[in-house]
Write a protein that binds this ligand. Structure first.
Ligand code: MG
Length: 202
């Protein structure tokens, strides 16, 4: 399975949705990035600035290629939350030196995900609130209506380049106010009122 992650997909609430690129920008993480069942995340020793990015995730339920936006919604039935952990110091180093930035995003356990819910549990998946608590304090919140590229547009673009297979995951971008984690931190994430993630940093 593949994990696609969209970058730069949120504006501040009520700000103008300006597209800086004609297509969504995305990258991949390997399957070894998955961290399941609320297992603890072990802070890697190669970074001194490990940051959370809470993101809505959809799981592909049907194989597809060159999917048109209007049919994209038939390719996923499940929605959940995940964290796109990022070694910000490595990312900055790679960007500054014009290097590929995989290592800052695709390392082991960099993609914790929770259980998924049927998407038809919600009236409109492009209007969902989600939030992250760190040690009981809200540190990040977003609404999927603030996405610059909708989930269906993302699927249209990605499927031009990659065949989608059952089980592939789409991380759809993070809203503002990402932040750093430390050993001992407790992270909890909610999609509307449903708790989707609950784990510790070790
Ligand atoms: Mg991200």
């Amino acid at each position: 399975m593949k994990i696609f992650c969209v970058a730069m997909n949120y504006v501040e609430p009520n700000a103008e949705k300006k597209r800086l690129t004609s297509e969504p920008v995305f990258f991949l993480k390997p399957d070894t990035a998955l961290l399941l069942k609320n297992r603890p995340f072990f802070l890697p020793d190669f970074s001194n600035n490990l940051q959370y990015e809470l993101e809505v995730v959809v799981r592909i339920g049907k194989i597809g290629k060159c999917i048109q936006q209007k049919y994209a919604n038939t390719y996923y039935q499940e929605i959940g939350l995940g964290i796109d952990f990022t070694a910000k110091d490595l990312l900055e180093h790679c960007r500054k030196n014009g290097l590929p930035w995989e290592i800052s995003k695709g390392f082991d356990s960099s993609a914790p995900i929770g259980d998924f819910l049927p998407k038809n549990k919600f009236q409109n998946i492009q209007n969902l609130n989600f939030r992250l608590l760190k040690n009981g304090q809200e540190v990040q919140k977003g609404n999927t209506s603030d996405m610059i590229f909708s989930i269906d547009e993302i699927i249209e673009t990605v499927s031009k380049y990659y065949t989608l297979k059952i089980g592939d995951l789409f991380f759809t971008g993070t809203p503002l106010s990402v932040g750093q984690v430390q050993i001992g931190d407790h992270l909890e994430a909610f999609l509307e009122d449903e708790k989707m993630l609950d784990f510790f940093v070790r």
